[in-house]
Design a protein around this ligand. Structure first.
Ligand code: ADP
Length: 159
Protein backbone atom coordinates (compact mmCIF):
# COMPACT_ATOMS: atom_id res chain seq x y z
CA UNK A 1 0.00 0.00 0.00
CA UNK A 2 1.62 3.25 -1.17
CA UNK A 3 0.14 6.29 0.52
CA UNK A 4 1.09 9.89 -0.36
CA UNK A 5 0.39 13.29 1.15
CA UNK A 6 -0.27 16.30 -1.07
CA UNK A 7 0.19 19.27 1.29
CA UNK A 8 -0.63 22.91 0.72
CA UNK A 9 -2.73 25.88 1.70
CA UNK A 10 -5.44 25.28 -0.93
CA UNK A 11 -6.91 28.71 -0.16
CA UNK A 12 -8.89 27.90 -2.25
CA UNK A 13 -8.41 24.75 -4.35
CA UNK A 14 -7.75 25.55 -8.05
CA UNK A 15 -7.97 23.58 -11.29
CA UNK A 16 -4.15 23.26 -11.14
CA UNK A 17 -4.38 21.53 -7.73
CA UNK A 18 -7.14 19.23 -9.02
CA UNK A 19 -4.95 18.21 -11.94
CA UNK A 20 -2.09 17.25 -9.56
CA UNK A 21 -4.53 15.39 -7.26
CA UNK A 22 -6.05 13.43 -10.17
CA UNK A 23 -2.65 12.45 -11.58
CA UNK A 24 -1.38 11.47 -8.10
CA UNK A 25 -4.44 9.30 -7.49
CA UNK A 26 -3.39 7.21 -10.53
CA UNK A 27 0.13 6.73 -9.17
CA UNK A 28 -0.63 5.96 -5.49
CA UNK A 29 -3.04 3.60 -3.72
CA UNK A 30 -4.14 6.44 -1.49
CA UNK A 31 -3.66 10.23 -1.58
CA UNK A 32 -4.30 12.41 1.46
CA UNK A 33 -4.61 16.12 0.76
CA UNK A 34 -3.05 17.87 3.75
CA UNK A 35 -4.62 21.28 4.31
CA UNK A 36 -2.25 23.45 6.29
CA UNK A 37 -3.87 25.22 9.20
CA UNK A 38 -1.34 28.03 9.59
CA UNK A 39 -2.10 30.37 12.47
CA UNK A 40 0.38 32.92 11.08
CA UNK A 41 -1.52 33.47 7.84
CA UNK A 42 -4.98 35.02 7.52
CA UNK A 43 -6.63 32.79 4.92
CA UNK A 44 -9.74 33.61 2.91
CA UNK A 45 -11.31 30.28 3.94
CA UNK A 46 -10.90 28.42 7.24
CA UNK A 47 -9.13 25.04 7.17
CA UNK A 48 -12.53 23.34 7.66
CA UNK A 49 -14.00 25.22 4.68
CA UNK A 50 -10.98 24.33 2.52
CA UNK A 51 -11.25 20.65 3.52
CA UNK A 52 -14.98 20.69 2.72
CA UNK A 53 -14.43 22.19 -0.76
CA UNK A 54 -11.60 19.75 -1.51
CA UNK A 55 -13.75 16.81 -0.38
CA UNK A 56 -16.55 18.00 -2.63
CA UNK A 57 -14.43 18.55 -5.77
CA UNK A 58 -12.60 15.20 -5.39
CA UNK A 59 -15.69 13.12 -4.59
CA UNK A 60 -15.23 11.09 -7.79
CA UNK A 61 -11.76 9.96 -6.73
CA UNK A 62 -12.34 7.13 -4.22
CA UNK A 63 -8.70 6.88 -3.07
CA UNK A 64 -8.43 10.59 -2.18
CA UNK A 65 -9.38 12.34 1.06
CA UNK A 66 -8.65 15.75 2.60
CA UNK A 67 -7.53 16.42 6.18
CA UNK A 68 -6.43 19.58 7.99
CA UNK A 69 -3.11 19.58 9.80
CA UNK A 70 -0.86 21.92 11.71
CA UNK A 71 2.74 21.53 12.84
CA UNK A 72 5.48 19.75 10.93
CA UNK A 73 4.52 18.18 7.61
CA UNK A 74 6.74 15.13 8.24
CA UNK A 75 4.94 14.50 11.55
CA UNK A 76 1.61 14.58 9.71
CA UNK A 77 3.03 12.19 7.07
CA UNK A 78 4.22 9.78 9.79
CA UNK A 79 0.88 9.96 11.60
CA UNK A 80 -0.93 9.09 8.36
CA UNK A 81 1.66 6.38 7.53
CA UNK A 82 2.49 8.08 4.24
CA UNK A 83 5.98 7.72 2.75
CA UNK A 84 5.76 10.24 -0.08
CA UNK A 85 5.08 13.99 -0.20
CA UNK A 86 3.76 15.28 -3.53
CA UNK A 87 4.41 18.84 -4.65
CA UNK A 88 3.59 20.60 -7.90
CA UNK A 89 6.10 22.66 -9.87
CA UNK A 90 4.75 25.43 -12.07
CA UNK A 91 7.92 27.31 -13.01
CA UNK A 92 11.55 27.74 -12.01
CA UNK A 93 10.39 30.30 -9.46
CA UNK A 94 8.78 27.42 -7.48
CA UNK A 95 11.92 25.33 -7.71
CA UNK A 96 14.32 27.01 -5.27
CA UNK A 97 11.87 26.99 -2.35
CA UNK A 98 10.66 23.47 -3.13
CA UNK A 99 14.20 22.10 -3.36
CA UNK A 100 15.08 23.57 0.03
CA UNK A 101 11.86 22.27 1.63
CA UNK A 102 12.29 18.76 0.23
CA UNK A 103 15.91 18.59 1.40
CA UNK A 104 14.94 19.92 4.85
CA UNK A 105 12.15 17.37 5.19
CA UNK A 106 14.47 14.57 4.13
CA UNK A 107 17.06 15.70 6.64
CA UNK A 108 14.59 15.59 9.55
CA UNK A 109 12.73 12.52 8.32
CA UNK A 110 14.72 10.33 5.85
CA UNK A 111 11.92 7.78 5.50
CA UNK A 112 9.64 10.31 3.78
CA UNK A 113 10.57 11.38 0.24
CA UNK A 114 9.24 14.19 -2.00
CA UNK A 115 7.93 13.61 -5.50
CA UNK A 116 7.46 16.57 -7.87
CA UNK A 117 4.85 16.62 -10.59
CA UNK A 118 5.19 19.35 -13.20
CA UNK A 119 2.14 21.49 -13.83
CA UNK A 120 0.02 20.86 -16.87
CA UNK A 121 0.92 23.68 -19.33
CA UNK A 122 -2.77 24.54 -19.48
CA UNK A 123 -2.75 25.40 -15.75
CA UNK A 124 0.79 26.57 -15.10
CA UNK A 125 -0.36 30.20 -14.70
CA UNK A 126 -3.07 29.26 -12.19
CA UNK A 127 -2.62 30.12 -8.50
CA UNK A 128 -4.92 30.58 -5.52
CA UNK A 129 -3.55 34.07 -4.89
CA UNK A 130 -4.26 35.28 -8.46
CA UNK A 131 -7.77 33.82 -8.27
CA UNK A 132 -8.34 35.68 -4.98
CA UNK A 133 -7.11 38.95 -6.46
CA UNK A 134 -9.43 38.62 -9.45
CA UNK A 135 -12.41 37.65 -7.27
CA UNK A 136 -11.76 40.52 -4.87
CA UNK A 137 -12.42 42.94 -7.78
CA UNK A 138 -15.52 41.04 -8.88
CA UNK A 139 -13.77 39.38 -11.85
CA UNK A 140 -14.51 36.00 -13.44
CA UNK A 141 -12.49 33.15 -11.89
CA UNK A 142 -14.10 30.31 -13.83
CA UNK A 143 -10.81 29.45 -15.60
CA UNK A 144 -9.03 29.17 -12.24
CA UNK A 145 -11.32 27.30 -9.87
CA UNK A 146 -14.17 24.76 -10.07
CA UNK A 147 -17.73 26.23 -10.18
CA UNK A 148 -18.47 25.41 -6.52
CA UNK A 149 -15.35 27.30 -5.39
CA UNK A 150 -16.13 30.25 -7.70
CA UNK A 151 -19.54 30.53 -5.99
CA UNK A 152 -17.98 30.40 -2.50
CA UNK A 153 -15.44 33.09 -3.46
CA UNK A 154 -18.17 35.32 -4.84
CA UNK A 155 -20.10 34.99 -1.58
CA UNK A 156 -17.00 35.65 0.53
CA UNK A 157 -16.05 38.81 -1.36
CA UNK A 158 -19.59 40.19 -1.37
CA UNK A 159 -19.76 40.14 2.46
P1 ADP B 1 1.63 26.33 -0.62
O1 ADP B 1 1.11 27.48 0.19
O2 ADP B 1 2.17 25.21 0.20
O3 ADP B 1 2.51 26.68 -1.78
P2 ADP B 1 -0.55 25.96 -2.47
O4 ADP B 1 -1.94 25.66 -2.05
O5 ADP B 1 -0.31 27.27 -3.11
O6 ADP B 1 0.29 25.69 -1.19
O7 ADP B 1 -0.03 24.82 -3.46
C1 ADP B 1 0.07 23.49 -3.06
C2 ADP B 1 0.95 22.75 -4.04
O8 ADP B 1 0.34 22.75 -5.32
C3 ADP B 1 2.35 23.33 -4.26
O9 ADP B 1 3.25 22.26 -4.47
C4 ADP B 1 2.20 24.15 -5.50
O10 ADP B 1 3.42 24.28 -6.20
C5 ADP B 1 1.23 23.29 -6.28
N1 ADP B 1 0.46 24.06 -7.25
C6 ADP B 1 -0.18 25.23 -7.05
N2 ADP B 1 -0.79 25.65 -8.17
C7 ADP B 1 -0.51 24.71 -9.12
C8 ADP B 1 -0.82 24.59 -10.52
N3 ADP B 1 -1.51 25.51 -11.17
N4 ADP B 1 -0.36 23.49 -11.18
C9 ADP B 1 0.37 22.57 -10.52
N5 ADP B 1 0.71 22.64 -9.22
C10 ADP B 1 0.29 23.69 -8.52
Amino acid sequence: MKRAIYPGSFDPVTVGHIDIITRSSCIFDEVIIGVLNNSQKAPLFTAEERVRMLTEVTRELPNVRAEAFSGLLVDFAKKEEATVIIRGLRAVTDFEYELQMSQTNRQICPEVDTLFLTANVEYSYVSSSTAKEIASFGGDVSAFVPPLVAQEMKKRFSI
